[in-house]
Design a protein around this ligand. Sequence first.
Ligand SMILES: Nc1ncnc2c1ncn2[C@@H]1O[C@H](COP(=O)(O)OP(=O)(O)O)[C@@H](O)[C@H]1O
Ligand SMILES: [Mg+2]
Length: 261
Amino acid sequence: MALKIAVLSQKGGTGKTTAVRHLTEAFREAGLRVLAVDLDPQGNLSDYFDIDPEADPTIGDVLGGRATMADAVHDDVVPANLSLAEAELTLAGKMGRELTLRKALAGVDADYDVIFVDCPPALGLLTVNALVAADYALLSSEAQYFALQGVEQALEVIELARDSLNPSLVWLGVLFNIADMRTVHSREAFESLKEHVGDKLLEHSVRQSIAYAESAERAVSIYEHRPDLGADYLRVAEELLRRLELGEARRRVAALLPDAA
Ligand SMILES: Nc1ncnc2c1ncn2[C@@H]1O[C@H](COP(=O)(O)OP(=O)(O)O)[C@@H](O)[C@H]1O
Ligand SMILES: [Mg+2]
């Protein structure tokens, strides 16, 4: 059984896709079999993984009932493109529309240890599908004063999923992303979030750097593009593996850190 982790936020630009890109790779480095599912019609995750834009079928075909999940796996990524927007509209009118992704993932469950789902920039039907399919929800939050509001809205949707179709959904944590901890603004936003969500806030945040946009543009990871910055996501990966109680994988990631003995 794969552990399924939905990465979400109430809007775009909070670093979800960048987080899924790098957590997937860190977990793979730790020896885990990881599938990354792009659930955003913009297909940013697919591009970041350098999946052929012509790859076919995609997640849109899976949710539209035209392909199985296994058929849509390309290099351990299930890519998305604009056909997903159409599939979402079609899905909206169907019975069991919130369960479609969960059912489709069952077909590849045995092939992976972890499945990450990169949610679209809205708390709509696709994100609900991700939350119904997931064991864990990880929130990505930008390092801003109004971060708290976004986190609260995303939490309400997690609650909804729990109250209705997925009572065992666990809130894994909040990642404080795109942070400039040299500024008072970021540090205050971190403290304010910490006051509200307590230990759910991950101890390690991801620093803001233009290098992420460059790395996305070139479709290479930050580990390759700027190994010095890559340590941020390795620390976050280590923290998540600890929360997931995957001790052996956690130790392997810890050994990759620059300060490892
Ligand atoms: N740590 C970071 N520092 C600076 N820019 C970042 C960082 N992480 C992501 N970005 C950039 O911010 C934008 C939004 O990130 P993305 O991961 O696509 O967010 P989302 O999936 O939530 O919309 C992208 O241009 C991305 O390259
Ligand atoms: Mg995204």
